[in-house]
Design a protein. Structure first.
Length: 477
RNA sequence: CGGGGUGUAGCGCAGUUGGCAGCGCACCGCGUUUGGGACGCGGGGGUCGGCGGUUCAAGUCCGCCCACCCCGACCA
């Protein structure tokens, strides 16, 4: 790399973000504007995210399937709000095999419509319900302004699509999957999120209700990190997804959809990263432990390497990398792997061979305080405990940061001040006019009505009219 | 799509009044190094974003186009 140091987060947060992603080899810019290449290290992180989520989807009764990339244009047009929401950002194929197509094909921006069409063919009876399907795939949304991971023209995600016999079941499913996302974010990614409901203006185009998990990034901006929608009967009516109930009455289904994308990688980067670089939570880190062997001569090398291999063997149930590059110094490797976010580093040198020790350095505690010498005996246990401790500390640290940057405004002027660098938690009457005013005055939007602590009577912070609940206002990505 | 900026080696940049296309890092080879970002010597690498114009001569001057980045209006 040309420059050794990253830009400081405090000086230029977005430059820090962009450079870090490229230097750590998570992703690179593709030859097409707004598209990214996810590189092996970034994809390995995504695979770990996929595994953690997929396990939870299966445990809640879902199955995976795959639906087509192309959707007939007419499908999108069947749900009014849906097409209005998505038409400005559609990529449309008009030529195939050199011939102009009879009907243009949309590259899926999301799959409610094709899946709805298929469900209408598959569902006949209440006995067919519920249908619980998830798909891992890619979608395209023609965004004007793009950022690696946060907003790219094409992104990777999972989208769950379910159909139910009753409104209540659909709502339960929507909330269950929001809980799954919350559990994943908090316990796997160490990203403390606030689950809540989106306002009418912020909800998904075509949904009856949208839920979200909102996370605070290192610059205090909010990031919608996952969403779960109760689609009511909107898509069921548009695509005639109908079933005969126990009383032989034809009814429309109640459907849901929920998604989490590669954007979440952006959430991990910006929740945990520091001026030194990435900081990955141990549970999701592509490399959990890096071993740096240290030797000066061939003779020392011959003594050190067998122990390195032995230690690696002791940690065989972890994702361990031995950095045996001979062309760079240990000091370079320390900085390199810290930049790449590896949670724990083990150094093994001649002194350790003599003492039967190794040096351990925690990524989450910089410098000497994070470094300790421990015995090789029981190392597997020591490392396992340490990784768990790192996981826990990272969540704690992120939570403290978030809570320290959420404030309850005294009045509207105070709210305007708060959202310049933090989140405001305040009563809101529910009118979109008040939301719009805040947005116009401050660029901050309502993020969500939290499921916990949201219900509260008071006066709207904007207009003073009676309010039934409190919401978070913040600038967002 | 509006405002601003940048395009010269993989990356970061310099290039004077128009006159043989350079520097640092990275890369390759050899040697010395290695517990917090090593060093020496020797190498390889370029349609100067594209097209057109002015000129004996264009990286440099003029015109048009394109791409990317940043800031705004929209979004997982």
């Amino acid at each position: 790399m040309a420059d050794e140091k990253l830009p400081l987060r405090s000086e230029n947060y977005s430059e820090w973000y962009n450079q870090l992603i490229q230097r750590a080899e998570l992703a690179d810019y593709a030859p097409v504007r707004g598209c990214m290449v996810v590189r092996p290290y970034g994809w390995a992180l995504w695979e770990n995210i996929q595994q953690a989520l997929d396990k939870r989807f299966k445990a809640t009764g879902h199955q995976n399937a795959a639906f087509p990339l192309f959707i007939p244009m007419s499908f999108l047009e069947k749900e009014k709000e849906h097409v209005e929401g998505f038409s400005p950002e559609l990529a449309v194929v008009t030529i195939g095999g050199g011939e102009k197509l009879e009907e243009p094909l949309v590259v899926r921006p999301t799959s409610e419509t094709v899946i709805g069409y298929m469900y209408s063919r598959w569902i006949k009876s209440y006995r067919d319900l519920p249908v619980l399907i998830n798909q891992w795939g890619n979608v395209v949304r023609w965004e004007l302004r793009t950022r690696l991971f946060l907003r790219t023209l094409e992104f990777y995600w999972q989208e769950g699509h379910t159909a139910h016999a009753t409104e209540q079941e659909a709502e339960e499913e929507t909330r269950r999957m929001l809980d799954v996302y919350t559990d994943f974010a908090v316990n796997e990614a160490a990203v403390p999120v606030i689950p809540g409901m989106k306002s009418a203006t912020e909800k998904f185009a075509g949904a009856a209700r949208s839920y979200t998990i909102e996370a605070m990034m290192g610059d205090t901006k909010a990031l919608q990190s996952g969403t779960s929608h109760n689609l009511g009967q909107n898509f069921a009516k548009a695509f005639e997804i109908q079933f005969l109930d126990q009383n032989n009455v034809l009814q429309h289904c109640w459907t849901t959809s929920w998604g989490l994308s590669t954007r979440f990688i952006g959430a991990i980067i910006m929740t945990h990263g520091d001026d030194q670089g990435l900081k990955f939570p141990p549970r999701l880190a592509p490399i959990q432990v890096v071993i740096v062997p240290i030797f000066r001569s061939e003779e020392e090398r011959a003594r050190v390497m067998p122990v390195v291999e032995q230690v690696k063997g002791m940690l065989s149930d972890l994702r361990v990398k031995v950095d045996d590059r001979s062309e760079v110094t240990p000091g370079f490797k320390y900085n390199d792997w810290e930049m790449r976010g590896v949670p724990l580093r083990i150094e093994i040198g001649p002194k350790d061979i003599e003492k039967g020790s190794v040096a351990l350095a925690r990524r989450d505690i910089p410098g000497k305080e994070g470094k300790q010498f421990v015995s090789q005996d029981g190392l597997a246990e020591t490392v396992k405990n340490l990784l768990e401790d790192i996981q826990k500390s990272m969540l704690e640290k992120a939570r403290e940061f978030r809570d320290a940057n959420i404030h309850e405004p005294r009045d509207y002027a105070h709210l305007q001040e708060i959202v310049q660098d933090g989140w405001a938690f305040a009563h809101w009457c529910g009118s979109s006019a008040c939301e719009a005013k805040v947005k116009e005055d401050t660029k901050a939007t309502t993020r969500c009505i939290p499921l916990e602590g949201g219900k509260s009577k008071g006066a709207c912070i904007v207009c003073g009219e009676p309010a039934e609940y409190k919401v978070y206002f913040a600038k967002s990505y």
